[in-house]
Design a protein around this ligand. Sequence first.
Ligand SMILES: [Mn+2]
Length: 462
Amino acid sequence: MSRRIILCDGAELARFWSRIGAGEIEVLTWVPREDEPRARPPGFHSLQGGLTVEGIEKLNPKAGDEFALVSEDLPFVRAAVAAISEVQPEAPVLLLSDRVDSEDLPDHPCLLRAGLRSLIRDDIDEEFAHLANLHRVVELRELVEPREKLGILLQPDPDPDGIACGYALRALLGRKRPTAPLISFGAVKRPENIAMIDALGIDVRTVTPDELDEFDGLALLDVQPTVFGENMPARVRSVDVVIDHHPERPGYDAVFRDIRPNYGATATILTEYIRAAGLDLFPRLATALVYGIKSDTQLLGRETSHHDMTAFAYLHASHSPALLRRIERPALPTSGLRALGRALANTEVEEGIHLLVLGRVGEEVIPQVADLGLQAEGAEWAIAAGIVGSDLVFSVRNVGYVRAAGDVVRAVVEGLGVGGGHRSMAKGIIPLKAFRKVYGSATRKQIRTALHDAFVKAIHGD
Ligand SMILES: [Mn+2]
Protein backbone atom coordinates (compact mmCIF):
# COMPACT_ATOMS: atom_id res chain seq x y z
CA MET A 1 0.00 0.00 0.00
CA SER A 2 1.33 3.39 -0.91
CA ARG A 3 2.03 5.91 1.81
CA ARG A 4 1.83 9.60 2.28
CA ILE A 5 5.04 10.86 3.77
CA ILE A 6 4.46 14.11 5.62
CA LEU A 7 7.43 16.38 6.25
CA CYS A 8 6.69 19.16 8.69
CA ASP A 9 8.96 22.14 9.14
CA GLY A 10 9.27 22.51 12.89
CA ALA A 11 7.23 21.45 15.90
CA GLU A 12 4.57 24.09 15.52
CA LEU A 13 3.45 22.91 12.10
CA ALA A 14 3.73 19.26 13.18
CA ARG A 15 1.39 19.97 16.12
CA PHE A 16 -0.93 21.78 13.75
CA TRP A 17 -0.99 18.65 11.55
CA SER A 18 -1.79 16.45 14.55
CA ARG A 19 -4.64 18.75 15.52
CA ILE A 20 -6.38 18.54 12.14
CA GLY A 21 -6.09 14.76 12.43
CA ALA A 22 -3.50 12.66 10.62
CA GLY A 23 -4.65 10.05 8.10
CA GLU A 24 -3.97 6.35 8.57
CA ILE A 25 -1.56 5.92 5.68
CA GLU A 26 0.50 8.93 6.68
CA VAL A 27 4.07 8.64 7.85
CA LEU A 28 4.58 11.67 10.09
CA THR A 29 8.02 13.21 10.21
CA TRP A 30 9.25 16.58 11.33
CA VAL A 31 12.46 18.53 11.15
CA PRO A 32 13.11 20.47 14.37
CA ARG A 33 13.89 24.15 13.90
CA GLU A 34 16.85 25.59 15.70
CA ASP A 35 14.88 28.22 17.53
CA GLU A 36 12.34 25.95 19.19
CA PRO A 37 12.29 23.32 21.95
CA ARG A 38 12.89 19.77 20.72
CA ALA A 39 9.84 18.20 22.40
CA ARG A 40 8.41 15.62 20.05
CA PRO A 41 4.97 16.47 18.60
CA PRO A 42 2.51 13.61 19.19
CA GLY A 43 2.64 10.88 16.54
CA PHE A 44 5.70 12.36 14.82
CA HIS A 45 9.25 11.16 14.63
CA SER A 46 12.03 13.46 13.61
CA LEU A 47 13.71 13.03 10.24
CA GLN A 48 16.91 11.16 11.07
CA GLY A 49 19.82 12.85 9.40
CA GLY A 50 17.84 16.04 8.78
CA LEU A 51 16.62 17.42 5.52
CA THR A 52 19.22 15.70 3.35
CA VAL A 53 19.36 12.98 0.73
CA GLU A 54 20.36 10.54 3.49
CA GLY A 55 17.44 11.66 5.63
CA ILE A 56 14.95 11.02 2.81
CA GLU A 57 16.65 7.71 1.95
CA LYS A 58 16.06 6.50 5.51
CA LEU A 59 12.33 6.87 4.93
CA ASN A 60 12.72 4.22 2.24
CA PRO A 61 10.21 5.74 -0.20
CA LYS A 62 8.74 3.33 -2.75
CA ALA A 63 7.10 3.90 -6.13
CA GLY A 64 3.55 5.00 -5.44
CA ASP A 65 4.39 6.91 -2.26
CA GLU A 66 3.52 10.58 -2.15
CA PHE A 67 5.09 13.41 -0.18
CA ALA A 68 3.61 16.43 1.51
CA LEU A 69 5.77 19.32 2.61
CA VAL A 70 4.33 21.49 5.33
CA SER A 71 6.32 24.68 5.54
CA GLU A 72 6.24 28.45 5.28
CA ASP A 73 9.95 28.67 4.55
CA LEU A 74 11.32 28.72 1.01
CA PRO A 75 14.82 27.33 1.76
CA PHE A 76 13.21 24.40 3.61
CA VAL A 77 10.93 23.67 0.66
CA ARG A 78 13.77 23.91 -1.85
CA ALA A 79 16.02 21.59 0.15
CA ALA A 80 13.19 19.10 0.62
CA VAL A 81 12.24 19.04 -3.08
CA ALA A 82 15.89 18.63 -4.07
CA ALA A 83 16.42 15.73 -1.66
CA ILE A 84 13.19 13.97 -2.67
CA SER A 85 14.00 14.40 -6.39
CA GLU A 86 17.36 12.79 -5.79
CA VAL A 87 15.95 9.75 -3.98
CA GLN A 88 12.64 9.21 -5.77
CA PRO A 89 12.43 11.45 -8.87
CA GLU A 90 8.95 10.20 -9.80
CA ALA A 91 7.36 10.86 -6.42
CA PRO A 92 4.52 13.42 -6.46
CA VAL A 93 4.94 16.26 -4.00
CA LEU A 94 2.19 18.31 -2.38
CA LEU A 95 3.32 21.57 -0.85
CA LEU A 96 1.08 22.96 1.87
CA SER A 97 1.99 26.55 2.50
CA ASP A 98 0.39 29.94 2.72
CA ARG A 99 3.57 31.95 2.25
CA VAL A 100 5.80 30.10 -0.18
CA ASP A 101 4.95 31.22 -3.69
CA SER A 102 4.60 28.71 -6.55
CA GLU A 103 6.83 30.85 -8.73
CA ASP A 104 9.81 30.47 -6.44
CA LEU A 105 9.67 26.70 -6.44
CA PRO A 106 12.29 24.49 -8.06
CA ASP A 107 11.41 22.60 -11.23
CA HIS A 108 9.66 19.37 -10.50
CA PRO A 109 7.45 17.31 -12.83
CA CYS A 110 4.73 16.70 -10.27
CA LEU A 111 4.52 19.38 -7.63
CA LEU A 112 1.28 20.94 -6.47
CA ARG A 113 0.87 23.80 -4.02
CA ALA A 114 -2.13 24.36 -1.79
CA GLY A 115 -2.88 26.64 1.14
CA LEU A 116 -2.26 25.34 4.64
CA ARG A 117 -3.96 27.01 7.58
CA SER A 118 -7.17 27.61 5.71
CA LEU A 119 -7.45 23.93 4.98
CA ILE A 120 -9.36 21.41 6.98
CA ARG A 121 -8.80 17.69 6.84
CA ASP A 122 -11.14 16.98 3.88
CA ASP A 123 -9.48 19.64 1.82
CA ILE A 124 -6.12 18.01 2.32
CA ASP A 125 -7.49 14.69 1.09
CA GLU A 126 -8.87 16.56 -1.88
CA GLU A 127 -5.50 18.13 -2.58
CA PHE A 128 -3.95 14.66 -2.51
CA ALA A 129 -6.58 13.56 -5.02
CA HIS A 130 -5.55 16.47 -7.27
CA LEU A 131 -1.94 15.44 -6.82
CA ALA A 132 -2.71 11.87 -7.90
CA ASN A 133 -4.45 13.22 -11.00
CA LEU A 134 -1.53 15.49 -11.78
CA HIS A 135 0.74 12.49 -11.52
CA ARG A 136 -1.37 10.64 -14.09
CA VAL A 137 -1.17 13.65 -16.41
CA VAL A 138 2.61 13.74 -16.07
CA GLU A 139 2.82 10.03 -16.94
CA LEU A 140 0.43 10.45 -19.84
CA ARG A 141 2.31 13.39 -21.33
CA GLU A 142 5.64 11.63 -20.98
CA LEU A 143 4.30 8.50 -22.67
CA VAL A 144 2.77 10.11 -25.76
CA GLU A 145 5.30 12.93 -26.15
CA PRO A 146 7.41 10.98 -28.67
CA ARG A 147 4.40 9.88 -30.75
CA GLU A 148 4.19 11.77 -34.02
CA LYS A 149 0.58 10.93 -34.71
CA LEU A 150 -1.67 9.84 -31.87
CA GLY A 151 -5.02 8.39 -32.89
CA ILE A 152 -7.69 9.14 -30.27
CA LEU A 153 -10.05 6.23 -30.78
CA LEU A 154 -13.67 6.52 -29.61
CA GLN A 155 -16.39 3.89 -29.71
CA PRO A 156 -18.30 3.48 -32.99
CA ASP A 157 -21.05 6.14 -33.31
CA PRO A 158 -19.27 8.15 -30.58
CA ASP A 159 -21.41 9.62 -27.80
CA PRO A 160 -20.99 13.01 -26.09
CA ASP A 161 -18.87 11.57 -23.27
CA GLY A 162 -16.37 10.05 -25.72
CA ILE A 163 -16.31 13.12 -27.97
CA ALA A 164 -15.75 15.47 -25.01
CA CYS A 165 -12.93 13.28 -23.71
CA GLY A 166 -11.20 13.21 -27.09
CA TYR A 167 -11.38 16.98 -27.29
CA ALA A 168 -10.11 17.31 -23.72
CA LEU A 169 -7.22 14.89 -24.14
CA ARG A 170 -6.04 16.76 -27.20
CA ALA A 171 -6.08 20.03 -25.24
CA LEU A 172 -4.31 18.40 -22.32
CA LEU A 173 -1.54 17.19 -24.62
CA GLY A 174 -1.30 20.60 -26.28
CA ARG A 175 -1.96 19.05 -29.67
CA LYS A 176 -4.07 19.94 -32.67
CA ARG A 177 -6.15 17.90 -35.08
CA PRO A 178 -3.32 16.80 -37.46
CA THR A 179 -1.19 15.20 -34.73
CA ALA A 180 -4.03 13.90 -32.55
CA PRO A 181 -7.19 13.33 -34.59
CA LEU A 182 -10.37 11.90 -33.10
CA ILE A 183 -11.14 8.66 -34.89
CA SER A 184 -13.81 5.96 -34.79
CA PHE A 185 -14.78 2.82 -36.67
CA GLY A 186 -18.32 4.15 -37.09
CA ALA A 187 -19.48 7.71 -37.87
CA VAL A 188 -21.36 9.95 -35.44
CA LYS A 189 -25.01 9.21 -36.23
CA ARG A 190 -27.40 10.35 -33.54
CA PRO A 191 -28.79 13.82 -34.31
CA GLU A 192 -27.97 15.12 -30.78
CA ASN A 193 -24.37 14.06 -31.18
CA ILE A 194 -24.09 15.59 -34.63
CA ALA A 195 -25.43 18.81 -33.11
CA MET A 196 -22.62 18.60 -30.55
CA ILE A 197 -19.76 18.20 -33.01
CA ASP A 198 -21.23 20.88 -35.26
CA ALA A 199 -21.65 23.39 -32.45
CA LEU A 200 -18.16 22.76 -31.04
CA GLY A 201 -16.41 22.40 -34.37
CA ILE A 202 -15.04 18.96 -33.49
CA ASP A 203 -14.10 16.58 -36.24
CA VAL A 204 -14.41 12.80 -35.82
CA ARG A 205 -12.89 10.84 -38.67
CA THR A 206 -14.20 7.40 -39.56
CA VAL A 207 -11.35 4.93 -40.14
CA THR A 208 -11.01 1.29 -41.11
CA PRO A 209 -8.88 -1.03 -38.95
CA ASP A 210 -6.21 -1.00 -41.71
CA GLU A 211 -5.96 2.75 -41.54
CA LEU A 212 -4.77 2.50 -37.93
CA ASP A 213 -1.30 1.81 -39.36
CA GLU A 214 -0.82 5.52 -39.98
CA PHE A 215 -0.79 6.18 -36.22
CA ASP A 216 2.30 5.50 -34.12
CA GLY A 217 0.23 5.95 -30.96
CA LEU A 218 -3.31 5.02 -29.94
CA ALA A 219 -5.40 6.30 -27.05
CA LEU A 220 -8.81 4.77 -26.33
CA LEU A 221 -11.27 6.96 -24.47
CA ASP A 222 -14.57 5.93 -22.87
CA VAL A 223 -14.02 2.49 -24.37
CA GLN A 224 -11.77 -0.54 -23.89
CA PRO A 225 -10.36 -2.62 -26.74
CA THR A 226 -12.46 -5.65 -25.76
CA VAL A 227 -15.58 -3.75 -26.84
CA PHE A 228 -14.67 -4.66 -30.39
CA GLY A 229 -15.25 -8.31 -29.42
CA GLU A 230 -14.13 -11.21 -31.55
CA ASN A 231 -13.30 -8.82 -34.37
CA MET A 232 -10.87 -6.77 -32.30
CA PRO A 233 -8.32 -5.44 -34.81
CA ALA A 234 -4.82 -6.67 -33.88
CA ARG A 235 -3.55 -3.08 -33.66
CA VAL A 236 -6.05 -2.33 -30.89
CA ARG A 237 -4.98 -5.26 -28.72
CA SER A 238 -1.95 -3.38 -27.47
CA VAL A 239 -2.27 0.39 -27.13
CA ASP A 240 -0.68 3.32 -25.34
CA VAL A 241 -3.61 4.69 -23.40
CA VAL A 242 -6.99 3.54 -22.11
CA ILE A 243 -9.12 5.89 -20.00
CA ASP A 244 -12.61 4.65 -19.24
CA HIS A 245 -15.38 4.37 -16.68
CA HIS A 246 -16.84 1.06 -17.84
CA PRO A 247 -15.95 -2.01 -15.77
CA GLU A 248 -12.40 -3.17 -16.36
CA ARG A 249 -12.06 -6.03 -18.84
CA PRO A 250 -9.04 -8.25 -19.34
CA GLY A 251 -7.66 -9.24 -22.74
CA TYR A 252 -5.62 -6.27 -23.89
CA ASP A 253 -2.46 -4.33 -23.10
CA ALA A 254 -2.24 -0.65 -22.34
CA VAL A 255 0.87 1.14 -21.10
CA PHE A 256 -1.25 3.80 -19.42
CA ARG A 257 -4.53 2.61 -17.98
CA ASP A 258 -6.96 4.63 -15.88
CA ILE A 259 -10.25 2.82 -15.34
CA ARG A 260 -12.68 4.22 -12.77
CA PRO A 261 -15.92 2.22 -12.86
CA ASN A 262 -17.46 4.22 -10.01
CA TYR A 263 -17.46 7.37 -12.15
CA GLY A 264 -20.59 8.36 -14.07
CA ALA A 265 -18.61 9.62 -17.05
CA THR A 266 -15.11 9.41 -18.48
CA ALA A 267 -15.39 13.19 -18.96
CA THR A 268 -15.17 13.45 -15.16
CA ILE A 269 -11.73 11.78 -15.19
CA LEU A 270 -10.53 14.15 -17.91
CA THR A 271 -11.94 17.12 -15.98
CA GLU A 272 -9.95 16.06 -12.92
CA TYR A 273 -6.81 15.84 -15.07
CA ILE A 274 -7.41 19.31 -16.48
CA ARG A 275 -8.04 20.76 -13.05
CA ALA A 276 -4.94 19.18 -11.52
CA ALA A 277 -2.77 20.28 -14.42
CA GLY A 278 -4.10 23.84 -14.15
CA LEU A 279 -5.02 23.83 -17.84
CA ASP A 280 -6.94 26.83 -19.12
CA LEU A 281 -10.57 25.79 -19.23
CA PHE A 282 -11.79 27.68 -22.29
CA PRO A 283 -15.58 27.83 -22.81
CA ARG A 284 -15.74 25.34 -25.68
CA LEU A 285 -13.83 22.74 -23.70
CA ALA A 286 -15.85 23.31 -20.52
CA THR A 287 -19.09 23.08 -22.52
CA ALA A 288 -18.06 19.84 -24.20
CA LEU A 289 -17.22 18.25 -20.84
CA VAL A 290 -20.38 19.57 -19.15
CA TYR A 291 -22.45 18.04 -21.92
CA GLY A 292 -20.47 14.78 -21.76
CA ILE A 293 -21.14 14.42 -18.02
CA LYS A 294 -24.77 15.50 -18.32
CA SER A 295 -25.53 13.08 -21.06
CA ASP A 296 -23.79 10.06 -19.48
CA THR A 297 -25.35 10.63 -16.06
CA GLN A 298 -28.83 11.64 -17.23
CA LEU A 299 -28.22 15.10 -15.83
CA LEU A 300 -26.47 13.95 -12.66
CA GLY A 301 -29.23 11.46 -11.98
CA ARG A 302 -28.56 7.76 -12.19
CA GLU A 303 -25.10 6.37 -11.44
CA THR A 304 -23.61 9.71 -10.51
CA SER A 305 -20.73 9.85 -8.04
CA HIS A 306 -19.59 12.82 -5.99
CA HIS A 307 -16.68 13.02 -8.43
CA ASP A 308 -19.12 13.77 -11.24
CA MET A 309 -20.87 16.42 -9.14
CA THR A 310 -17.59 18.12 -8.24
CA ALA A 311 -16.34 18.03 -11.83
CA PHE A 312 -19.66 19.39 -13.07
CA ALA A 313 -19.55 22.27 -10.61
CA TYR A 314 -15.94 23.02 -11.56
CA LEU A 315 -16.80 23.09 -15.27
CA HIS A 316 -20.01 24.98 -14.86
CA ALA A 317 -18.27 28.25 -14.03
CA SER A 318 -16.44 28.23 -17.38
CA HIS A 319 -18.96 26.77 -19.79
CA SER A 320 -20.93 28.73 -22.36
CA PRO A 321 -24.70 28.51 -21.71
CA ALA A 322 -25.41 29.73 -25.26
CA LEU A 323 -23.27 26.99 -26.78
CA LEU A 324 -24.80 24.35 -24.52
CA ARG A 325 -28.27 25.47 -25.56
CA ARG A 326 -27.33 25.11 -29.19
CA ILE A 327 -26.28 21.51 -28.55
CA GLU A 328 -29.23 20.57 -26.38
CA ARG A 329 -31.83 22.48 -28.30
CA PRO A 330 -30.79 22.46 -31.93
CA ALA A 331 -32.71 24.95 -34.09
CA LEU A 332 -36.16 23.69 -35.06
CA PRO A 333 -36.68 23.94 -38.80
CA THR A 334 -39.89 25.76 -39.84
CA SER A 335 -41.18 22.56 -41.41
CA GLY A 336 -40.81 20.91 -38.01
CA LEU A 337 -42.68 23.77 -36.33
CA ARG A 338 -45.53 23.42 -38.82
CA ALA A 339 -45.73 19.69 -38.15
CA LEU A 340 -45.77 20.47 -34.43
CA GLY A 341 -48.55 23.03 -34.98
CA ARG A 342 -50.71 20.45 -36.75
CA ALA A 343 -50.05 17.88 -34.02
CA LEU A 344 -50.87 20.37 -31.26
CA ALA A 345 -54.11 21.53 -32.93
CA ASN A 346 -56.11 18.63 -31.53
CA THR A 347 -53.84 17.39 -28.81
CA GLU A 348 -55.10 15.54 -25.75
CA VAL A 349 -53.62 14.04 -22.60
CA GLU A 350 -55.23 10.66 -21.98
CA GLU A 351 -54.43 8.48 -18.98
CA GLY A 352 -51.38 10.61 -18.31
CA ILE A 353 -50.06 10.08 -21.82
CA HIS A 354 -49.46 12.98 -24.18
CA LEU A 355 -48.94 11.62 -27.67
CA LEU A 356 -47.96 13.90 -30.55
CA VAL A 357 -47.91 12.43 -34.04
CA LEU A 358 -45.94 14.67 -36.37
CA GLY A 359 -46.05 13.01 -39.78
CA ARG A 360 -42.90 13.23 -41.90
CA VAL A 361 -40.23 15.35 -40.13
CA GLY A 362 -36.50 15.80 -39.66
CA GLU A 363 -35.33 13.35 -37.00
CA GLU A 364 -33.86 16.10 -34.78
CA VAL A 365 -37.35 17.54 -34.29
CA ILE A 366 -38.76 14.45 -32.56
CA PRO A 367 -36.85 14.49 -29.23
CA GLN A 368 -37.42 18.23 -28.86
CA VAL A 369 -41.16 17.80 -29.33
CA ALA A 370 -41.13 15.01 -26.74
CA ASP A 371 -39.42 17.37 -24.24
CA LEU A 372 -42.04 19.99 -24.95
CA GLY A 373 -44.90 17.50 -24.72
CA LEU A 374 -44.07 16.67 -21.13
CA GLN A 375 -45.01 20.22 -20.12
CA ALA A 376 -48.69 19.57 -20.86
CA GLU A 377 -50.92 19.63 -17.80
CA GLY A 378 -51.53 16.14 -16.44
CA ALA A 379 -48.86 14.53 -18.63
CA GLU A 380 -46.71 11.88 -16.94
CA TRP A 381 -45.59 10.59 -20.30
CA ALA A 382 -44.85 12.43 -23.53
CA ILE A 383 -44.37 10.61 -26.80
CA ALA A 384 -43.45 12.33 -30.05
CA ALA A 385 -43.65 10.18 -33.16
CA GLY A 386 -42.70 11.01 -36.72
CA ILE A 387 -41.83 9.36 -39.97
CA VAL A 388 -38.16 9.48 -40.92
CA GLY A 389 -37.20 7.75 -44.15
CA SER A 390 -38.97 4.40 -44.09
CA ASP A 391 -39.25 4.22 -40.28
CA LEU A 392 -41.61 5.32 -37.59
CA VAL A 393 -39.36 6.98 -35.00
CA PHE A 394 -40.54 8.03 -31.56
CA SER A 395 -39.01 9.69 -28.53
CA VAL A 396 -40.39 9.16 -25.06
CA ARG A 397 -40.05 11.25 -21.90
CA ASN A 398 -41.59 10.76 -18.50
CA VAL A 399 -41.69 12.54 -15.19
CA GLY A 400 -39.26 10.11 -13.58
CA TYR A 401 -41.32 8.53 -10.81
CA VAL A 402 -43.17 6.15 -13.15
CA ARG A 403 -42.03 2.99 -14.91
CA ALA A 404 -38.64 3.32 -16.62
CA ALA A 405 -39.03 4.73 -20.13
CA GLY A 406 -36.44 2.34 -21.57
CA ASP A 407 -38.38 -0.71 -20.33
CA VAL A 408 -41.65 0.64 -21.68
CA VAL A 409 -40.20 1.33 -25.11
CA ARG A 410 -38.64 -2.12 -25.26
CA ALA A 411 -42.07 -3.63 -24.56
CA VAL A 412 -43.72 -1.43 -27.21
CA VAL A 413 -41.29 -2.30 -30.00
CA GLU A 414 -40.99 -5.97 -29.16
CA GLY A 415 -41.18 -8.03 -32.33
CA LEU A 416 -41.58 -4.87 -34.44
CA GLY A 417 -38.44 -2.81 -34.22
CA VAL A 418 -35.68 -1.61 -31.90
CA GLY A 419 -35.67 0.67 -28.91
CA GLY A 420 -34.39 1.39 -25.45
CA GLY A 421 -33.18 4.12 -23.18
CA HIS A 422 -33.01 5.15 -19.57
CA ARG A 423 -35.24 5.94 -16.62
CA SER A 424 -36.87 9.03 -18.08
CA MET A 425 -35.83 9.12 -21.74
CA ALA A 426 -36.09 6.54 -24.48
CA LYS A 427 -36.32 6.13 -28.21
CA GLY A 428 -37.88 3.55 -30.49
CA ILE A 429 -37.76 2.79 -34.20
CA ILE A 430 -40.30 0.63 -36.04
CA PRO A 431 -39.89 0.08 -39.78
CA LEU A 432 -43.11 1.23 -41.51
CA LYS A 433 -43.21 -2.13 -43.29
CA ALA A 434 -43.43 -3.98 -39.98
CA PHE A 435 -45.97 -1.48 -38.67
CA ARG A 436 -48.24 -1.93 -41.71
CA LYS A 437 -48.00 -5.70 -41.46
CA VAL A 438 -49.50 -5.59 -37.98
CA TYR A 439 -51.82 -2.58 -38.18
CA GLY A 440 -52.81 -2.55 -41.86
CA SER A 441 -51.93 1.06 -42.60
CA ALA A 442 -49.63 3.78 -41.30
CA THR A 443 -51.94 6.78 -41.40
CA ARG A 444 -51.55 9.40 -38.72
CA LYS A 445 -54.75 8.15 -37.06
CA GLN A 446 -53.62 4.54 -37.11
CA ILE A 447 -50.22 5.45 -35.67
CA ARG A 448 -51.89 7.42 -32.88
CA THR A 449 -54.26 4.59 -31.95
CA ALA A 450 -51.65 1.86 -32.17
CA LEU A 451 -49.00 3.71 -30.17
CA HIS A 452 -51.49 4.88 -27.55
CA ASP A 453 -52.77 1.34 -26.95
CA ALA A 454 -49.28 -0.14 -26.93
CA PHE A 455 -48.06 2.45 -24.41
CA VAL A 456 -51.07 2.06 -22.13
CA LYS A 457 -50.44 -1.67 -22.09
CA ALA A 458 -46.70 -1.31 -21.50
CA ILE A 459 -47.04 1.34 -18.80
CA HIS A 460 -49.86 -0.18 -16.82
CA GLY A 461 -49.36 -3.88 -17.61
CA ASP A 462 -46.49 -5.93 -16.20
MN1 LIG B 1 -19.15 7.20 -20.97
